[in-house]
Structure formats: C-alpha cells, structure tokens
Write a protein that binds this ligand. Structure first.
Ligand SMILES: NC(=O)c1ccc[n+]([C@@H]2O[C@H](COP(=O)([O-])OP(=O)(O)OC[C@H]3O[C@@H](n4cnc5c(N)ncnc54)[C@H](O)[C@@H]3O)[C@@H](O)[C@H]2O)c1
Length: 439
C-alpha cells in the first residue's frame, strides 16, 4: 500500500470521467442520482463522501469537518458519465426500464440522461447465461476487443475534456470461475488475450484496458476481475489503486453490522439462514446457478472472518450459514431479505432473531458507486497504488494482502477509512484510548 503520511495530494481540478461497464439499474440510479443532486432536487443520502464528517483532535475540540471539505475530492459538478452496455438503451431508457426512480424525477433529468448512450460492450454469452442482446463488439481476438475498449476510453476522454478517469463495474455478475494459469502473470494474460483464451472473462478485458491506461476500476460485482495476479501486476506497474469487489449493500451490510456486535458480547451463533426475493434483471441473472455461485462465495465469506470459529469454537465452530436468492419478478428492484439467526447465550440457552429487510437494491448501491469513484480518484492523486484496504468499507469481498485475513467488521472498516484520510493529511490518528481527557 506504501502509505506515507502528510502526502502532497494533487488538486481535483478539471473534469472527472466516470466510466461504467454496465449501465443497468445500479449504473443509471447512480447517474440520475448525481444529476438530481446537482440540480438540488434531492440529497446524497447514503454517501459518506457527501454527508460524512471526520473528527480531528480531541472530543473537547469540537472539530469535525465534512470529509468533502477535509480531503480534495472531485466536485459533483465536475463529473461526466459514460459507459458500455449489451443493451443499446440510453441512460433515460435504461433507468425507465429499471423502474427504480419515479418517472417525475426522471422527466426532469431527461435531456441529460438521453445524451448518455452506451458504447457497444465486450460480452461473451457463456459468462452471463441469462442475458441476451446485441450492442456488442466483434473483433479478431480478445486483444483486439481490449484495444477497441482503449480506443473508446481515449475518445470519451477527448470528447468530454476529462482531466482524469475512473471506472466502476456495474455490469452483470459473471459465472463463478477460479483463476487459472492464464491469470498468473501479466505476460501470460496478454498472450491469452492474443490467443482469445476461453478463461479470460469480459470483465477482465475491461480491467486490462482500464488499468493499462492507468485508470482505476472498482468491481461492483462478485466476479473474478481484478483479484488475480496479472491485474495486481498491471496495477503496480501503472501505479493504479485497486480495491475489493461486490458492493456491500443489503443483507451483507446487515450481517457486518450485527455479527461484530454478537461477537463483542461473546454470544454464540448456531445458524444464520438468509433468503431473498428479488425481481430485477440482477435477480434474473443470479437465477443461473453459475452466476449465483459467484455471489454465494462472496456472501458466505463474511461471517467466518468476523466470527473466527477457529479462535471461538464453542461459540461459532458449528455454525450453519445458508444464503439463497430467489428470482421473483413482481418485486422488481425492491428486494425483500429475510434473516433467521439462531443465537445462544449464558449456559447455552437458545434465542432467535428475525430480520425482514424491505430494501431497494439500487438505492443502496448508487451512493457506493459515487464514493468509490471519488475515493479512487483521490487515491490516484495521492499517489496510492496497489491494494487499498481502507476502502474495505464498501465491499462484500475486500481486497487484502496475501496471508492477512480481510477486515469485514463495518465499524473497524470505517475507522480504518477515516484514519487513512487523517494519515494522508498528516493529522493525528484517533485511537479511542482517551487517556488525554484525564491528565
Ligand atoms: N444493487 C445492489 O445492491 C448490488 C449489490 C452488490 C452487487 N451488485 C451487482 O452490481 C451489478 C449491477 O447490478 P444491477 O442491479 O444494476 O444489474 P442490471 O442487470 O440492472 O445491470 C447490469 C447491466 O450490465 C450489463 N452488462 C452485462 N455484461 C456486460 C458487459 N460485459 N459489458 C457491458 N455491460 C454488461 C447488462 O446488460 C445490464 O444492463 C450486478 O453484478 C450486481 O450483482 C448489486
């Protein structure tokens, strides 16, 4: 991570291009949301960069500036949006079809949304089985497709006068795959692109195109894209910050809020059963068992790391953790997530907790897209490259160094994020020791 203190952070002058591979429900809710906030039509609820504050110094000093005033983040007025999609719909049509935001709001943003047309996608049916459309590039090899993406990126940047670019994958969840030999080094991967190696997924082609241009990409889905040795090598070579994957929004957000509390009180957990009904296109894609497997792996990892069953076998050693997603069209984007948690306390006496979270998937994810775009741009201007653990806060699967477990506890993640900002600015870290109040 190479984290120096009190670093020179280049100012956020000029336009920041935000590129989205995937302009579906999440992507368009993010874009329309920023446009609405810019017009003063709505507030950026759920966004730490826009609403969060950061305490500096002692509690008695009453000094807690807004994060956006403390570190030099790109302003919302400086963002320009672009992206790729398998469907040719512009951002207005895609947002209307997604049905997340109400028509009255979309009408007020219509002109700007219609101007955002997706570029043809790099897509391969075998990686997303339940998706069929034709706004797709053709090429002589996967390297040819990657070079077409590089051309798109350069053209977008020139046409929009961008000073800098960042990307957030808001595309569908690809099928579950383990890394193979082609992912083990940059040389092998680039040869694989030339040979159109079948193990190279579309999302990896975007990742290569972006990282090769020094552009950071966050991966909102659970598929294997950046968490492979070849991409980490490319990121190091081109000084690009990388972070985790799969937005932490609904049920997993609740898990990483609750589980640290149970563990803090040494309450045991015998079982945690999670099920969802979801009716948007994401739900349809996840109806394919191979795409669901990517999601399941990402969702299951969280509890084990928080509960540490090897350290606390009497409390968590026999825990059953089950996650289900059921595609149920009538609900659209308004997911319902149920959790049944079987816990036990003093002398092993059993208790149960039930959660019924009536959430809106894209409303929870959109502010994360904004924060990740702004923080990755900040990281790049601060000279940070490689794995950025301080952005674990946003992910179901945070990036982490080999041999170190990922940090899933939401509150430790937030402390880590804020302390990283203090460190970059050369301010004292907040340790919560508090001894100074009793001198
Ligand atoms: N909403 C949430 O709370 C949440 C949380 C975690 C992860 N995610 C993930 O975020 C992603 C987006 O979710 P969504 O609800 O917007 O889904 P969506 O289906 O509405 O949108 C995804 C879009 O990506 C496009 N796409 C697929 N493959 C592509 C490719 N190779 N290139 C370009 N475009 C491509 C699809 O055509 C579609 O328009 C999904 O992978 C989802 O699993 C969402």
């Amino acid at each position: 991570m190479g984290l120096e203190s009190d670093v020179d952070i280049a100012p956020a002058t000029g336009r920041l291009g935000v590129l989205l591979p995937g302009m579906g429900a999440v992507g368009t809710t993010f874009i329309a949301g920023v446009l609405a906030i810019r017009k003063g039509l709505a507030a950026p609820i759920g966004s730490l960069t826009q609403m969060g504050t950061i305490r500096l110094g002692k509690r008695s000093e009453d000094n807690a500036p807004r994060i956006a005033d403390y570190v030099p983040l790109a302003g919302l007025d400086d963002l320009v949006f672009g992206g790729w999609d398998v469907f040719p719909d512009d951002a207005y049509a895609a947002a209307s079809r997604a049905g997340v935001l109400d028509r009255h709001l979309l009408e007020q943003l219509g002109e700007e949304l219609r101007a955002i047309q997706p570029m043809p996608a790099v897509f391969e049916q075998s990686y997303v089985k339940n998706l069929h459309s034709d706004n797709v590039k053709t090429g002589t090899s996967k390297m040819d497709l990657a070079e077409q993406l590089v051309d798109d990126i350069r053209r977008f940047s020139d046409e929009n006068g961008c000073a800098r670019l960042v990307a957030v994958w808001c595309g569908s969840t690809e099928v579950y795959r383990e890394p193979t030999a082609v992912h083990q080094s940059l040389e092998a991967f680039e040869q694989g692109l030339r040979d159109s190696h079948p193990d190279i997924a579309p999302s990896q082609i975007y990742a290569w195109a972006l990282l090769s241009q020094g552009i950071p990409m966050a991966n909102g889905a659970p598929n294997l894209s950046l968490d492979i040795p070849c991409m980490l090598e490319l990121a190091r070579r081109n000084d690009v910050p990388v972070t985790g994957k799969d937005f932490k929004t609904g049920q997993t957000l609740m898990k990483t809020i609750l589980a640290p509390g149970f563990k803090a009180r040494m309450l045991g957990v015998e079982g945690w059963y999670s099920t969802n009904i979801l009716g948007n296109r994401d739900g349809e894609i996840l109806d394919d068992p191979e795409s669901f497997k990517s999601k399941e792996m990402s969702k299951l990892g969280v509890l084990d790391t928080i509960f540490q069953p090897e350290t606390y076998p009497e409390l968590y050693g026999d825990m059953t953790h089950v996650v289900r997603i059921n595609y149920y069209p009538p609900r659209g984007d308004n997911k319902e997530g149920w959790d049944n948690i079987d816990i036990f306390g003093w002398l092993g006496y059993k208790m149960q907790i039930k959660i019924d979270f009536l959430c809106r998937d894209s409303i929870l994810a959109a502010p994360l897209v904004l924060d990740l775009a702004l923080f990755l741009d900040l990281a790049k201007r601060a000279g940070l490259s490689g794995i950025q653990e301080w952005l674990s806060f946003y992910w179901k699967s945070p990036a982490h160094p080999q041999g170190v477990y990922p940090e899933h506890d939401l509150f430790i993640q937030l402390t880590k994020l804020k302390n990283t900002l203090r460190h970059l600015k050369g301010d004292d870290l907040i340790t919560h020791l508090g001894a100074e109040y009793y001198d």
